[in-house]
Design a protein around this ligand. Structure first.
Ligand code: FES
Length: 116
């Protein structure tokens, strides 16, 4: 890979992660924590419009690891920065977990029943 940054934090600020879900506050908290925890300039944050995971939001993706965090709140940001960005440890409790509804007959999940 030829990423220009050591780590890149993509923060969804799309319509369903924003507003009442506070994604702009999450972005501001990332920036505050970058300073507070003295992260190098090679760590960058970027707001994004939508990852297509709206029901799980607010969502944050960290590259180059390709880790997706969901249901992130401003109170979670210091932990993500400390654990993931500083120490390289995934914050398991915030990992995106796709939830598919089981079919009424107990068979394969019904794709139409997925949250979107
Ligand atoms: S608005 Fe955030 S994933 Fe769609």
């Amino acid at each position: 890979m030829n990423l220009p940054f050591k780590q890149h934090v993509l923060i969804c600020t799309g319509p369903r992660c924003g507003g009442e879900r506070h994604s702009e506050r999450i972005r501001q908290e990332f920036r505050r924590q970058f300073v507070r925890q003295a992260l190098p300039a090679s760590v960058k944050d970027t707001p994004c419009l939508c990852f297509g995971l709206c029901s799980y939001g607010p969502n944050v993706i960290i590259y180059p690891d390709g880790v997706v965090y969901s249901g992130v709140g401003p109170q979670d940001v210091a932990e993500i920065v400390r654990e993931h960005l500083v120490h390289g440890r995934v914050v398991v409790r915030l990992l995106f977990k796709k939830q598919e509804a089981a079919a009424p007959d107990g068979g394969a999940p019904d794709p139409a029943a997925r949250p979107v």
